[in-house]
Design a protein around this ligand. Structure first.
Ligand code: TEU
Ligand code: CA
Length: 570
């Protein structure tokens, strides 16, 4: 036994979801099996070997429940059946079986801050104030002919929708087809816990919980300061991390999660590491990890995400370092740089033109050598990029379309709006998975629900599988590296060169093993002599994203554009 293995055996409590790699599937855009242009469960089934070969352990499916698709499944009309376009419950059971047969796990998306307005609960609630389901949602009378308060919805306009029949408004943080559930009602909590138990009894291995820190709203739902409603950045005080959220999650743990060996990750907008620890602290029985948004907000301007700004590497490093340090030994991090709501990582943080392959591998090296559970979003492993559709008519996302309409109505320049949509729109991540250079990228035999990115002829999985220097195979090596070196999962973290605007360098240490990770985030060549600061000398290079080592003095490292290296030190 090496010292490292001894440390591991005695000091570290090994847990499968800390060692796992998660792969997120956005089913609508993953693989279409029947030519209707919409990805489906039988389609996913045909790609399990591709995912297994990559080395991932857990698949997270974005919502597959019945839904009218106002927000692509994040508006659920029946929590216990499968969306017709995606298949049947039998298709689901088969998928789950085949995932388990391959020794992988499957995590469901849990969307319980709101339902669809077509959910039978809401249909009944709306039909009459006497409905037993009325109190499943949040209804208020207007004040002097206007909305009960001035909060703004994430998807534009007020959070309140007027219902003429009852002369009351209902609250929706997202679209008006996504009414918020009233978690204050204990029957609502019971219903949700029962539904979760049902899925866990089916054999699913956990949940990714949609906007879970929004379920508890501030009592009295008071007005926010400011005349035009509540901009997103201020939301925290009113409906994020609200007064009862921890009690309810503790109850959920007691009545549901604690009974199973499952993985949970909460999507939590606007949380600091200290707030995150209240959800994921190892001394608290709530969630395993959360998705933080600090990094995703790094390029947001004062008016929010659409007002995209340049970002600085020093800030980027500061954010990661803060989360690495503050959660170490106390809670657990999730690691991600994109998902179905965010632009593609290589377009946002790398270079998707000249150094697409190098920068995709460099960013992957970051995610897979930090402490936390890495999440890969479909297509990331082949370096898929943002898309630029010529007209707004080709876009599908409700957030993008509402934003465009509202802004054009306010008189903003459509050309400028398209530029910000190219940079930040959610459809960047939602174009079909690029499987091959064949028709519609091999995604469908029909017409896809959203157009494929025209670059599929060059960027696709078939090409990646055939090229042993591809991004795909690099991800496979990174995943293996993590499995071979527990220091990557359980070790400590120390940042070097905090103020450097070109290089991200850090040490990972566990017992006698120390790794040094060097990442060049720029096109310019950088030369550094890290050994003294690192307190060690190179023993071997475990991984790099350039085939040949660069020339330089022994004491120096020459980092080429977007170069990544992982050293083992002695
Ligand atoms: O996202 C929560 C959320 O706040 C996002 O709307 C985010 O602010 C936005 O996408 C940034 O552009 C979750 C889901 O991930 C998202 O797909 C859903 O639309 C949303 O909840 C409502 O369920
Ligand atoms: Ca289909």
């Amino acid at each position: 036994m090496t010292a490292q293995q001894r440390t591991l055996a005695t000091q570290v409590n090994r847990i499968w979801w800390k060692e796992a790699i998660v792969y997120q599937i956005y089913p609508r855009s993953f693989m279409d099996s029947n030519g209707d242009g919409i990805g489906d469960l039988p389609g996913i089934l045909t790609k399990l070997d591709y995912l297994k070969q990559l080395g991932v352990d857990v698949l997270w499916l974005s919502p597959i429940y019945r839904s009218p698709n106002d927000d692509n499944g994040y508006d659920i009309s029946d929590y216990q059946s499968i969306m017709e376009e995606f298949g049947t419950i039998e298709d689901f059971q088969r998928l789950l079986r085949e995932v388990h047969q391959r020794d992988m796990k499957l995590v469901m998306d849990l969307v319980v801050n709101h339902t669809s307005d077509e959910h039978p609960w809401f249909v009944s609630a709306k039909s009459s104030k006497q409905s037993p389901f009325r109190d499943y949602y949040i209804w208020r009378r207007g004040i002097e002919g206007r909305e009960p308060n001035n909060w703004a919805s994430f998807f534009g306009g007020s959070v309140w929708e007027y219902d003429e029949q009852s002369d009351e408004y209902y609250l929706h943080l997202f679209s008006k087809k996504q009414p918020d559930l009233n978690w204050e009602n204990p029957i609502v909590r019971q219903e949700i816990f029962a539904m979760m138990n049902w899925w866990l009894e089916q054999g699913v291995d956990g949940f990714r919980m949609d906007v879970i820190n929004a379920i508890s709203k501030v009592e009295g739902l008071p007005d926010a300061p400011g005349e035009n409603g509540l901009p997103y950045q201020w939301g925290g005080q009113y409906f994020l991390n609200g007064p009862n959220v921890h009690q309810w999650l503790a109850d959920m743990h007691q009545h549901v999660l604690g009974k199973f060996d499952v993985m949970t990750v909460g999507e939590t907008l606007d949380v600091t590491p200290a707030e995150a620890l209240l959800y994921v602290g190892e001394n608290r029985a709530e969630l395993n990890m959360v998705f933080q948004f600090e990094l995703m907000d790094i390029d947001s301007g004062s008016s929010g995400k659409w007002d995209a700004q340049p970002w600085k590497l020093s800030t980027f490093k500061q954010i990661f370092s803060k989360w690495q340090t503050e959660l170490h030994g106390a809670g657990w991090n999730s690691l991600y740089l994109n998902n179905h709501d965010q632009p593609r990582l290589v377009s946002r943080f790398g270079d998707d033109v000249e150094y697409r392959v190098e920068s995709a591998k460099m960013l992957a090296t970051l995610l897979h050598t930090l402490q936390g559970t890495p999440f890969i979003y479909q297509g990331e492993e082949i370096g898929m990029t943002n898309v630029r559709f010529e007209t707004i008519a080709e876009y599908r996302d409700i957030e993008t379309l509402n934003h465009y309409d509202e802004s054009v109505n306010r008189g903003e320049d459509p050309q400028k709006l398209m530029q910000s949509i190219y940079r930040k729109g959610r459809d960047n991540a939602r174009t079909p998975m690029q499987w091959s250079a064949e028709q519609e990228a091999g995604f469908t035999m029909g017409t896809p629900w959203i157009a494929v990115n025209p670059n599929y002829t060059d960027i696709n999985a078939a090409q990646a599988l055939a090229d042993d220097s591809s991004i795909y195979w690099y991800y496979q090596r990174l995943i293996q590296l993590r499995k071979q070196h527990p220091v990557i999962v359980y070790g400590g973290y120390r940042l070097l060169y905090p103020d450097h605007e070109g290089i991200y360098a850090y040490l990972r240490t566990l017992a006698d093993e120390t790794l040094l990770v060097l990442l060049n985030f720029k096109k310019e060549i950088e030369v550094i002599s890290p050994w003294e600061t690192a307190g060690g000398f190179p023993q071997e290079i475990l991984l790099g994203n350039y085939p040949e080592p660069s020339e330089g003095l022994d004491s120096q490292v020459v980092l080429r554009p977007f170069e990544a290296r992982v050293y083992r030190l002695r």
